[in-house]
Design a protein around this ligand. Structure first.
Ligand code: DGY
Length: 329
């Protein structure tokens, strides 16, 4: 940590909004990567080598390689709620605080989940492409038929803040809510969300639509693969607003091509921003470029919260959204 005489040094890994940069420059010496392109791991490790704090996004991997020279680093603040880009165990061993940005993006991301669900089940994207290509000649009774959202059963996989916000939206559509989570939720939350806890298998078999909102931890890698897709209804839509690695994309492409499930909506991809070419070929999928939290208000709030976390850590105060709380005890 910098001495009280000198300003701390921080690294900002990606382009941020001007008001954020202004806040940071008022309290610290800022090394700023003003590009929207992530640095290579080698460049990132060099930039982390000489700073007390860093502001990063979900695209910067903070691991053994990038931390190899970060001997004075005290805090890494993620502008994201998901922190699968952080090696938390290593950060804790190295005594480096890690923070994220929960809550401020809950409703915006839940809206996105619903948007993808409705667009995919009602074939909005497919219909628009068809219309733009000049194929629409007549209204027809059986044209572009999709699946209903209202009064159907939604299965939420991962019932954290965003999962609960999706459940509440679902209730307004008259839906039945079932959920699967690592742990069953307290009764009062289940009551608030009118949600019933079921096993993973029961959810996949029973839900008319499946929404993935769980964190991407190693045990959730390819949590939805061939076996799981085969359990789902052929009329079901699968939505992933969590992380790409949760779904086996080869299995999903096969399931969509062979009508094993009806449709899918994805906001996240295993190799993003590179997209599996097979996903681009299937018509019954809606593809969004990881924009779950991308509204002006929410992205600004995420940036400010990440800066609040960073500044608190640099000032030896407990950051509001500390992940490795063990370090504070
Ligand atoms: C999040 O906050 O985790 C979003 O996915 C952006 O990375």
């Amino acid at each position: 940590m910098a001495s009280s005489m000198s300003k701390p040094k921080i690294f900002v890994a990606r382009q941020i909004f001007p008001e954020g940069l202004e806040r940071l420059r008022a309290i610290a010496e800022v090394d700023y990567n003003d590009q929207s392109v992530p640095l290579s791991p080698v460049d990132l490790s060099l930039r982390l080598a000489h700073v007390d704090g860093a502001l990063v996004t979900g695209s910067e991997k903070i691991d053994a390689q990038t931390l190899s020279q970060a001997h004075r680093l005290k805090i890494v603040s993620n502008i994201a709620v998901g922190f699968n880009n952080f090696d938390i165990q290593l950060l804790t061993e190295k005594n480096i605080l890690a923070t994220n940005t929960p809550e401020v993006l809950t409703d915006t991301t839940a809206d996105m989940g619903f948007l993808l669900l409705m667009a995919a089940a009602r074939r909005l994207s497919e219909g628009e492409h068809w219309l733009r290509a000049g194929h629409w000649q007549n209204w027809s009774l059986g044209g572009m038929m999709g699946m209903d959202i209202h009064h159907s059963t939604i299965g939420v996989m991962g019932m954290g803040r965003i999962g609960q916000a999706i459940a509440k939206r679902a209730l307004a559509f008259g839906m039945t809510v079932i959920y699967y989570n690592r742990r069953q939720l307290p009764k009062e939350i289940e009551k608030e969300c009118q949600a019933t806890y079921v096993t993973k298998e029961e959810l996949l078999k029973t839900a008319d639509h499946v929404m993935l909102v769980m964190p991407y931890v190693p045990e959730n890698h390819h949590f939805i693969g061939e076996k799981e897709l085969a359990l789902m209804k052929s009329t079901a839509t699968l939505v992933n607003i969590a992380r790409g690695g949760i779904v086996d994309e080869n299995a999903l492409i096969h399931a969509l091509k062979n009508q094993i499930i009806f449709s899918a909506g994805l906001d996240v991809y295993e190799g993003e921003p590179n997209i599996h070419p097979g996903l681009l070929e299937v018509p019954n999928i809606v593809l969004a470029p990881h924009i779950g939290s991308a509204t002006q208000k929410t992205r600004l709030a995420m940036m400010h919260l990440a800066i609040d976390n960073l500044i608190a850590g640099l000032n030896h105060q407990q950051p509001p959204n500390l992940i490795n709380t063990d370090l504070w005890k």
